[in-house]
Design a protein around this ligand. Structure first.
Ligand SMILES: [Zn+2]
Length: 149
């Protein structure tokens, strides 16, 4: 007995190995199905998990079929609010402006690292390896901070 539409063979194999009788298997399958459908974190769960979420701001966005929340930027001294899908909360902690700033900082850190690497290579009189295809080094063409000694 298998229903390829909804369940793969794996779950049947797992349940068989658990020693469940057909009735228990059916109940378990139904429970799994329901769980999958209703797997939407409740607003209180969201608020408890993400302290930067404004209390009471979690709501359902019907047009996106997703839950949304309003956060307060986690940067000290910043109180900018921002709407975020709850599914993105784990990675969105700051406002748009601070996100940009963080990105810029990361880029500059990467650049500094590359410069340090190049300097080291030059010191050792070894040519730096050519960047491999697919290797992405974000360069901001606008930035021309030449601080050569
Ligand atoms: Zn901010």
């Amino acid at each position: 007995m298998s229903d390829p539409k909804t369940m793969g063979q794996d779950i049947d194999a797992v349940m068989a190995s658990m020693g469940l009788d057909p009735k228990q298997q059916a109940a378990l399958k139904a429970a799994i199905k329901t769980e999958g459908k209703s797997r939407r974190t409740s607003p209180s769960e969201v608020e408890a998990k993400y302290p930067h979420v404004i209390k009471g701001s979690v709501r359902f966005d019907a047009s996106a079929n997703k839950q949304k929340a309003t956060i307060t930027c986690s940067m000290e001294g910043c109180s900018t609010k921002r709407d975020v899908f709850t599914s993105d909360l784990f990675q969105v902690r700051v406002c748009e402006e601070h996100k940009k700033a963080e990105r810029k900082q990361a880029r500059e850190a990467q650049k500094a690292l590359l410069e340090a690497f190049k300097a080291k290579q030059a010191e050792a009189k070894v040519q730096p390896p050519a960047p491999e295809a697919g290797e992405e080094i974000e360069e901001d063409a606008q930035v021309t901070e030449e601080t050569e000694a």
